[in-house]
Write a protein that binds this ligand. Structure first.
Ligand code: ADP
Ligand code: MG
Length: 254
């Protein structure tokens, strides 16, 4: 039943630490005293009702959103208003969104080489070799010279993952990466994520794919109304949820 044995063990080294994090959008208190420690190599699945603050929480980790109170430390760097440090963090933290966000006017290869060339200052040829390496990894090297619009949603999302990997991130954030996909394309993207997970990538994934959570996550976090309500390793989380709100949520999606 349990697949825990196939998971590489996370280390004790801390990758992300959120302490007493609060955030408001104007008057609206969107994150309430969020405390979260993620160790290197840990795979976390975050679930919860729509509007519970899941996206906001992970977007705070690479400063796509700013928190107003509390402390966030990513890879040993505290997130403050120091822009240089924020750039440093963004280089280490890859993010994959629901709507791929590929550049439509660039080829698949160019989408993948853009940041390595301009941000990492990598020579073009090296960046292309690297991009091809990751496009093979996500099993679409043959699409390299096409444009995003010529690919299926599942293929585009795999390009988005390859593009992130080209920056050699230490941490990957996924925000509902399969929820905009046709059902038949969900598996190919989850398979790619599973393979990343088994390579020991530190991952925080917002997803309602509970099969993936069971198979891959070290820890499942349930959020509601801006709070982490409950967290546990997947077997216990699904078989024995503690809070009424978690039970209700699970009864609606399982
Ligand atoms: P989730 O990802 O769990 O669906 P979000 O983090 O996207 O939740 O949003 C949490 C709440 O914050 C929602 O009520 C949403 O409407 C609100 N919200 C999200 N982004 C903004 C924003 N830029 N300005 C104001 N309110 C926002
Ligand atoms: Mg969201």
């Amino acid at each position: 039943m349990t697949s825990t044995s196939s998971k590489p063990a996370p280390s004790r080294e801390i990758a992300v630490e959120m302490t007493g994090v609060n955030k408001w959008y104007g008057e609206f208190h969107v994150l309430r005293d969020v405390n979260l420690t993620v160790t290197r190599g840990e795979r976390i699945v975050i679930c919860g009702p729509s509007g519970s603050g899941k996206s906001t929480m992970i977007r705070c980790i690479n400063r796509l959103e700013e928190h107003q109170k509390g402390k966030i430390v990513v890879d040993g760097i505290e997130l403050t208003n120091d822009l240089k440090r924020i750039d440093e963090i963004r280089r280490e933290v890859g993010m994959v969104f629901q709507h791929f966000n590929l550049f439509p006017h660039l080829t698949i290869l160019e989408n993948c080489t853009l940041a390595p060339i301009w941000v990492r200052k990598m020579p073009k040829k090296d960046a292309e070799d690297l991009a091809m390496h990751y496009l093979k990894r996500v099993k679409i090297p043959e699409q390299a010279n096409k444009y995003p619009g010529q690919l299926s949603g599942g293929q585009q999302q795999r390009v988005a993952i390859a593009r992130s990997l080209c920056m050699k991130p230490k941490i990957m954030l996924f925000d509902e990466p399969t929820s905009a996909l046709d059902p038949e394309m969900v598996k190919e993207v989850l398979d790619t994520m599973t393979s990343l997970a088994s390579d020991g990538m530190t991952m925080l994934c917002v997803t309602h794919e509970m099969g993936f959570a069971r198979q891959v996550a070290d820890r499942v976090i349930f959020m509601d109304q801006g709070q982490i309500v409950e967290q546990n390793e997947p077997n216990a989380f699904f078989s024995n949820p503690q809070h009424e709100r978690t039970k209700l949520f699970l009864s609606q999606i399982l």
